[in-house]
Design a binder for this molecule. Sequence first.
Ligand code: UDP
Length: 321
Amino acid sequence: MGGNVLVTGGAGYIGSVTARAFARSGRRVVVLDDFSTGHADNVRWGPLVTGDIADKDLVRGLVRDAQITAVVHFAAKALVGESVRDPALYDHWNREKTEALVEVCAEGGVSAFVFSSTCAVYGTPDQVPIPVAHDRAPVNPYGVSKARCEDAIAGSGMPHALLRYFNAAGAVPAARLGERHDPETHLIPLTLRARVTGNPLTIFGTDYPTPDGTCIRDYIHVLDLADAHLRALAHLEAGQPSGAWNLGTGGGASVREVIQAVERVTEGKVPVQEGVRREGDPAALVADARSAERDLGWHPAHSELDRIVADAWAYERGDVA
Ligand code: UDP
């Protein structure tokens, strides 16, 4: 059994589900969140400290006084479109703040650092499924900022795991945890919303070089992401080597397949309209996650598409059964 775990961004979507998973595994978690995007009612799995990850005095005192031995770092901005409009915002909120956090954690003797990274660090891949050894060549400021965070963590000397998520999706309806972004930009919540409101979902591009012309993404259930963080920390605490791992299913679904899944699960039609491509969207992003299976013993057991959609639907409707 290790020491206490600091979860930055633990009031957010993936951070809250992961904090819950750590608490259920018997670890004591402390959440650090500034509520720039998180929700106070997501913090139910340990004490909350409200503040900035880049506040060095705050983090120094927290690591010392709460006997933090491990940090799981989610707190970040994560909208590609916003990053394109305002690259400096992402450089500041993601790279600069993470560099400050990493410096203080390393000085404070943190012995394991798990980082919420992204397949956006690869940019437009020249190989799909994308192996974890693929060159990093991000094509937007969000991906650039996350790659710089990876560099800072890898250079810190702390044992570390860089977890590159593909498309986080799904929810934990029984715990009332799920996607609540404002504005919402993600496909599955927007498709569910179109199903409920009758206002059409716009398909961003139908002329991609994919079997049905729409983009393919690798949707991964937030429960499986959370599980990977527990496994990554256990791996580091067992003295196993630091590294980067892709977290995806190795499969993938097109936009039209997601819409069909929503129609199956909700037993109703989703109104759609075909629109133009969204800038910066690669045709297909699918993970080669075999190294996570091999090194971490990770299996994405909850990530079948209909299960993801059913959980997201139950969350949207407020079902807690
Ligand atoms: N998408 C879409 N209509 C929407 C939102 C998203 O067609 O209203 C597409 C988007 O172009 C991408 C896929 O759905 O191909 C997943 O997008 P999302 O924003 O959920 O995740 P991303 O892949 O950008 O991380």
